[in-house]
Design a protein around this ligand. Sequence first.
Ligand code: 5AD
Ligand code: SF4
Length: 488
Amino acid sequence: MAGRATSDKAPTHGEAVAKKLYVKTFGCQMNVYDSARMADVLAPLGYGTTTTLEDADLVVLNTCHIREKAAEKVYSELGRLRALKQARERSGGEMLLAVAGCVAQAEGEEVATRAPYVDIVVGPQAYHRLPGMVARARRERRAAVDTSMPADSRFDHLPEELAGPQPGRGVSSFLTIQEGCDRFCTFCVVPYTRGAEDSRPAAAVEAEARRLVAAGAREIVLLGQNVNAYHGAADDGGSELDLAGLIGRLAAIEGLERLRYTTSHPRDMTPALIEAHGTEPKLMPFLHLPVQSGSDRILAAMNRSHNADRYLRLVAALRTAQPEIALSSDFIVGFPGETEADFEETMALVRKVEFAQAFSFKYSPRPGTPAAERDDRVPDEVAAERLTRLQRLLEEQKRRFNASMVGRTLPVLFERFGRHPGQVAGRTPYMQWLHVEGDETLIGTVAEATVTDASPNGLAGALAGGKGASTGGREHDAGLVAAGGVPA
Ligand code: 5AD
Ligand code: SF4
């Protein structure tokens, strides 16, 4: 391709030349974390991140394959990027295009066939090999493709040093502790794209947590596709630590104020983890616990290995341990074979639980998954109508939950400026965004705020110390990845 350099070696630290990396992240929080990790491994090659696409020498699309719509977005984005790349090459320059993430993993060479101008296709288990792939792509005329799943732990290849401030590495930082999934829910691509379940050793997690806190993190969100299946090596040889144990260990880090974890499978909620919600003050009273359906028949067909009653008993146990706990969930409607009666059972479960927030999706058949083979598909218009009804109910519950905060004084971890001048935004313990009038001195601190107003999307409040009330609260999630993003 025009303008490609011929060097076959990735430059080392010493010979690094300033180049610009633009990463666009789709999908879940783990992709946000991985995007930062890719920036880390590319930094020694001289790539600094940019938020201006037109300036980029290397564009990485970190993709999501969970539903068809998410995967298709990648190809329309690539179409747009192609024009930019061609314009750059016409002027003698270079713009490398890389497809990373789960579309890369699932479709591999197919990406390069469908979009032949793509230079790199790299799966989530091969990010540590990106520097070599960049060098190869610049040298050769065809795409460098790596979707191999390493036999050793993927966590062995994480860079020790962080490349500096990255999206998702601010006051609240993501930290992947577990990746992959062995649960094989029949609708889900994750066991195929992210591979077998693998937990990171506790000492490595703790070391990264300490680095993040030293870099300014006050909250750490522990990530995993099935995070509560965590069983990392404790460093005393042989024994393992579960998630409750890991939380206890991380909670001892001075300067760390809050811990969260996502996403959990109901089957893996252990009594110790439930209890930790009542005993560990740094563990926030919020839990994303996907149920997917309220019908036992559908849950069995999904291979969820829990039924509705077990889920409700879990909710009761969590509320006994921590009466304040706010719950979130994921739902799929229109799973093959779902009848109106099955769907009504989902609605009944939602009414029993009262969720603080939730994500709901129309079933999307994913190639290679068992459910996609079924011939009893629910017609699209039926699924769409059910989704509307479910979302109306969930929206009502969210509105009620937010409204119940008005008048309460809550500790808020302030993370960033609001959209309006003079406003800062932070999270309540229950994950809601709350806006107050204030300045940058608040960012990175936990301050008490009294809630003055609630909308379905967030809260407005005034600092309990006395400063003025904010007017906004609707712009809360611009640019953020939804809380329910990592499947389980
Ligand atoms: N169709 C629709 N929704 C899906 N999810 C996962 N796979 C599919 C699919 N094939 C949803 C689940 C999961 C969330 C992240 O995405 O609800 O918890
Ligand atoms: Fe694993 Fe969650 Fe996917 Fe089920 S939905 S296979 S638990 S990642």
